[in-house]
Design a protein around this ligand. Structure first.
Ligand code: HEM
Length: 423
């Protein structure tokens, strides 16, 4: 490609180089003179300069620098039209990814990205039929599910892909944590990644209410109440709900956050995250290089990208299987005047936090839970700056223990809610 890359530029430079050496009229004149024998060379007459006549400035870029290059081959066609991207493609071709026994975990960031792309596509399709009002939301979901051609599939894929995206983001976060991939100079990859996780959870929270069914209604009621115990939290609750209670205003706000605010923020942070991934490259686990555990390096493009593609295909197969075989129920329409049914619980990815809130059911317990979450999140986001040993490429068992404790908290809490409430 490098060779082919050069050809358009080289071709581009030829006409101007020829143009600079001698004006064509001057070249033609001696030839004629030679033919006539001793006749004196006639100096070439340059056209008299006339004012107001367009004359290209010297050194002006050639209007079509690619006019002499080979066309027809698909690759060169694209190279010529998107010549600006050539350095980026070259860079990606040079980039390499280390191969070792933990390489498997490198696929989860890409899988998170894949399920996010599915969310954007299916979300746009759902938007064609959905209406975010108290009166219509539930009916529109029933309509999409039963009347719109393939509407059921799109809705199921959107719901399952959301769950898979969250799951992949968690696996990606813990795998990068235990490989200490956050260490210098990748601190901002960790920080931007953590923000992405919070935004991903925000998608789940705001999307849950959109079908306007009973379960979602009461779960949102409980979820939006949590900040109340914090000083000034009443204000936040009102902002989230658009009033004192969960109602039509809440639905409009959740909808706006779900389809405008959160996608915008995710795109912003994702661009930063992926830019850093490309610029800083992929890390290898601490001590692997020194211990000779790196089996070699593979080209990011096309080798790693092709393997990423295989992971995406497997993910896609799983997604369609789940969407067809285990469809999500729509439930019954929310009735704000009815009493909350038993067994109201949030989505599974909030179960660990939900369990802690339940465990601390005493005076001031909720506030304590919020303080624990807030301090926990701050410590978690600052891990790359605190783990100095990892930044010096030394093992840091204390942080591994911290990661194991957080993982255990998540798994045990989730499992306890499952045992009590079922799926
Ligand atoms: C929407 C969510 C996310 C997406 C789409 C995403 C995407 C990616 C991709 C494609 C990579 C490169 C391949 C790989 O190493 O897996 C990557 C690397 C990385 N991500 Fe994420 N990520 C997300 C969330 C997170 C979270 C929650 C964290 C941690 C809090 C995180 C931290 C990192 C780190 C530290 C790396 C560098 C890995 C290395 O160099 O070895 N990311 N991310």
């Amino acid at each position: 490609m490098a060779e082919e890359n050069k050809s358009p530029q080289a071709a581009a430079s030829k006409p101007s180089a020829a143009g600079k050496s001698k004006p064509p009229a001057a070249e033609a004149a001696p030839a004629k003179a030679g033919a006539a024998g001793k006749a004196k060379p006639v100096p070439a007459k340059s056209a008299p300069e006339r004012k107001g006549v367009y004359k290209p400035a010297e050194g002006r870029a050639e209007a079509n620098p690619f006019k002499d290059s080979r066309t027809g081959a698909v690759e060169s066609w694209f190279q010529e039209r998107f010549a600006l991207l050539n350095p980026i493609i070259d860079y990606l071709r040079k980039k390499e990814v280390p191969r070792h026994r933990l390489s498997f975990w490198y696929y989860f960031g890409g899988l998170t990205l894949f399920f996010f792309s599915i969310q954007i596509i299916t979300g746009l399709l759902l938007l064609l039929y959905y209406r975010p009002t108290e009166a219509e939301a539930f009916a529109r979901f029933v309509y999409i599910q039963t009347e719109v051609p393939y509407g059921w599939l799109i809705r199921q894929v959107h719901a399952w892909s959301a769950n898979l995206m969250v799951l992949m983001a968690f696996i990606h976060m813990f795998s990068t944590f235990f490989m200490k991939a956050y260490r210098k100079p990748r601190e901002l990859m960790w920080v931007s990644g953590f923000v992405l996780l919070i935004l991903t959870l925000g998608f789940g929270f705001t999307g849950y209410l959109l079908p306007w069914n009973e379960l979602a209604y009461f779960a949102t009621q409980i979820g939006t109440e949590v900040p109340k115990v914090v000083p000034g939290g009443e204000f936040l609750v009102r902002v989230l709900r658009g009033g004192e209670e969960v109602g039509g205003e809440t639905l409009t706000r959740m909808f706006a956050m779900h389809v405008v605010l959160l996608p915008g923020l995710v795109l912003l942070f994702l661009s930063g995250h992926l830019f850093l991934v490309q610029v800083l490259g992929t890390s290898s686990p601490i001590g692997y290089k020194e211990a000779g555990l790196i089996k070699g390096y593979e080209k990011f493009f096309p080798d790693f990208v092709a393997k990423d593609g295989i992971a995406w295909l497997i993910g896609f197969g799983l997604l369609i299987y789940l969407a067809v075989v285990f469809p999500w129920e729509i439930g019954v329409k929310a009735d704000p005047l009815s009493a909350a049914p038993d067994g109201i619980k949030p989505e599974w990815y909030f179960w660990a936090q939900f369990q802690l809130l339940k465990d601390l059911k005493f005076e001031g317990g909720e506030l304590l839970a919020i303080i624990i979450f807030t301090i926990g999140a701050i410590v978690w986001i600052l891990v790359p700056f605190m783990d100095k040993k990892a930044s010096r490429e030394e093992r840091s068992p204390l942080f591994t223990i911290l990661g194991l404790l957080v993982l255990a908290f998540m798994i045990i809490g989730t499992f306890r809610v499952y045992l009590e409430y079922g799926w």
